[in-house]
Design a protein around this ligand. Sequence first.
Ligand code: GNR
Ligand code: NI
Length: 181
Amino acid sequence: MALLTILEYPDPRLRTRAEPVTVFDEAFGRLVDDMFETMYAAPGIGLAATQVDAHRQLIVIDTSEEKNERHVFVNPVILEKSGTAVTEEGCLSVPGIFDEVQRASHVRVRARDRHGIEFEQDLEGILAVCLQHEMDHLDGKLFVDYLSDLKRERIRKKLDKERKARGTSTTAPVPARVPAL
Ligand code: GNR
Ligand code: NI
């Protein structure tokens, strides 16, 4: 098991379109496990492979309180959507930013599981919203794309500033100076 690095906006790799998964081998199973570990550690309720720079159509989700309901969606396709829901969304690739996004409240999805077995499922509530958020990642899209240009620009500048502050942090360990003899 391994923790993967999550790409952050405005990293251009987040704009990559994911390719369908064709091989469900051991290495693929390890990627699924590593994505769950990374999502739980973050913590988040969903993660798309795009966010960990693996550009394949793979999504993991767990919206349960107890973190014991693993959902895997490989090569997902939305068959039907209905209703609307406005949710305060966040994204591990846009840390610390939350804003309202309108999406369908109900979706029917066809996908494959980690073994390549096809299934169909009806989703509602946060699970439906999260799946749509994750499928956007697979298309190179982020929730901030639904916000105004002004908001998106402010977000980019804020994250930029925070990254710079992290880079020159005074709390970073200062290398010990070897005293002159
Ligand atoms: O952890 C997450 N929370 C969340 C809340 C509302 C709508 C969508 C999400 S997904 C997000 C994790 C993430 O960035 N997935 O791509
Ligand atoms: Ni996200």
